[in-house]
Ligand binder design. Structure first.
Ligand code: FES
Length: 58
């Protein structure tokens, strides 16, 4: 399992789950999971992956 945000232990699967539960923006996913709200180191990768997953699920 690929961890995207190590501060909160958020994996790609967690992001996918958040999107599946009805979230539709990067900000909503960040808010819900906490991802990118810690050290910020993951924010670029989190952003890219979440955008890609959102566009795939649209
Ligand atoms: S790794 Fe995601 S906020 Fe630190």
């Amino acid at each position: 399992m690929e961890i995207i945000c190590s501060c909160f232990g958020i994996s790609k699967d967690d992001i996918q789950d958040a999107i599946a539960s009805g979230l539709s923006t990067v900000d909503e996913v960040a808010e819900e999971t906490g991802a990118s709200h810690g050290c910020g180191r993951c924010s670029q990768e989190f952003d890219e992956i979440t955008k890609r997953l959102l566009s795939e699920s649209a």
